[in-house]
Design a protein around this ligand. Structure first.
Ligand code: IK2
Length: 447
């Protein structure tokens, strides 16, 4: 065995080669998994930060700037002060799955088994994640209707799936105020998207960002294709209680043959104006739900017990007064319809063209006629609406969201001229936004 200087030299040189080897390995090896390739940008992370960095009127992200109803907050306080601070059942706190099964069983006219056909998740977001992870395999095609809530694409991709996009086409302008009902699917184009590789289609009604409420006929057309091609459906219905005028919320799972192949997703955050609580659910037949349970038990496992208890109490209360004038769901819908009308009127009065939504939290506006000298962006690929919204935040103190964020990269270009306003805000917030728009009005439009 070598000792002394010779040993030291050999030891040092092997140490150095080890370090070099390790360095080489780290440099030549890609650290991130292929699953997340290209998914690092997120519209909510980017624009929430921008809003926080500036003093602004925030009509950006979809959350109420008012409180949840007192009965819900009181239930939460009771839960925390009582015995609801430890783990509960992983797939959903028993009082919550029981009332969700009863509530949605009535709405869907379907017997729902609370312990096998309802899964409580960390927001609707996790319900969506469980669906994609549990049911989508490499190369499975997932049909996504554009514009779409952005996470459908990234979740489908992370699962190895291949998103296939079908746009809603705006009807030609007719001089009257356009509504979200004027954006429609082309039946032949939709039928063409289904093939042997199609595993699932994503529905979102009322839709984010457009506010479209899919009517019975449109959903039946989709259902017929799902049945014909043996395709699953995930129906994101987080804005289900917010349907305005004479429109009606139709649940695709209630159409003949669809319960067996549909997962319906809901959100207590949107339902009770408590988005920070992050309680959501997936409802569907047990042979599908059990796969979502597998993902849930191996990822989040559990959703906060006190929040689940409070949401359960909220639903019990609403079940007793469903459709009645004192129902929270009825009141919120009426209030939001007034806010939608107020915002649409303001936008029209300054010369903009809102697309009046039939449901949901949001309203999109055509900005193609607005005259603004936007600064040149360092990112040459950045869509026009992103640059416009950034300018609006920094120069006018008003936050909105660029609509091209709700399109695939192949279709973004055609929809860079819309921005999204969120109207689930206090009247005082909407008035401040109105003031900004009115002051800006004189310089707003091209002659
Ligand atoms: N599904 C849709 C259609 C949503 O809009 C949301 C929440 N979106 O809010 C961000 C925005 O658009 O401004 C979700 C699912 C997620 O719901 P939850 O908060 O319950 O996870």
């Amino acid at each position: 065995m070598l000792r002394g200087p010779a040993h030291t030299i050999i030891r040092n040189s092997s140490l150095i080669s080890n370090i070099l080897l390790r360095k080489k390995v780290t440099m030549s090896r890609q650290i991130h998994s292929r699953r997340i390739e290209g998914l690092d940008k997120n519209i909510w992370v980017e624009f929430t930060q921008l809003a926080a960095d500036h003093s602004v009127v925030n009509l950006g992200q979809g959350f109420p700037d008012f409180s949840p109803p007192n009965f819900l907050k009181d239930a939460f306080t009771r839960a925390v002060n009582g015995d609801f601070n430890q783990y509960t059942r992983a797939f959903g706190h028993p009082p919550l799955v029981n009332i969700l099964a009863k509530f949605f069983g009535k709405l869907l006219e379907q017997d729902i088994e609370p312990f096998t056909e309802v899964l409580v998740t960390v927001g609707a977001y996790e319900a969506l994640f469980c669906f994609f992870q549990a049911l989508i395999d490499d190369e499975d095609e997932v049909i996504i209707i554009e514009p779409f809530f952005d996470c459908y694409e990234s979740m489908a991709r992370m699962a190895g799936g291949h998103p296939v996009y079908i746009p809603l086409h705006p009807k030609p302008e007719s001089g009257r105020l356009m509504t979200s009902a004027d954006w429609v699917l082309d039946p032949a184009e939709l039928a063409n998207k289904f093939n042997k590789r199609t595993k699932a289609i994503v529905i979102n009604t009322p839709n984010n960002p457009l506010g479209k409420v899919f009517n019975h006929e449109e959903l039946q057309m989709i259902a017929d294709l799902c049945l014909k091609h043996n395709v699953l459906c995930i129906s994101d219905e987080v804005y289900e209680w917010l349907v305005y005028d004479a429109n009606r919320h139709v649940r695709i799972a209630s159409l003949p043959g669809m319960w067996e192949r549909t997962i319906t997703v809901g959100s207590a955050g949107k339902t009770f104006s408590a988005t920070g609580w992050k309680v959501g659910w997936a409802i569907g037949p047990k042979d599908i739900i059990r796969h979502l349970q597998t993902v849930h038990q191996n990822s989040n496992y559990h959703c906060a017990t006190a929040a689940q208890q409070a949401v359960a109490e909220g639903f019990v209360k609403e079940f007793g007064r469903l459709g009645a004038p004192d129902s929270y769901f009825t009141n919120l819908r009426q209030e939001l319809q007034l806010k939608r009308d107020q915002l649409a009127a303001c936008l029209t009065s300054v010369g903009l063209k809102p697309i009046v939504p039939e449901g949901g939290y949001f309203l999109i506006v055509d900005i193609s006629a607005v005259k603004v000298d936007l600064p040149v962006s360092t990112d040459t690929e950045e869509p026009y609406d992103y640059r416009f919204v950034k300018w609006l935040i920094t120069n006018k103190g008003l936050v909105t969201i660029p609509v091209s964020a709700f399109y695939s990269s192949e279709h973004k270009k055609g929809f860079e001229n819309f921005i999204r306003f969120c109207f689930v805000k206090e009247d005082s917030t909407l008035s401040k936004a109105e003031q900004i728009l009115q002051e800006w009005k004189s310089t707003l439009l091209t002659q």
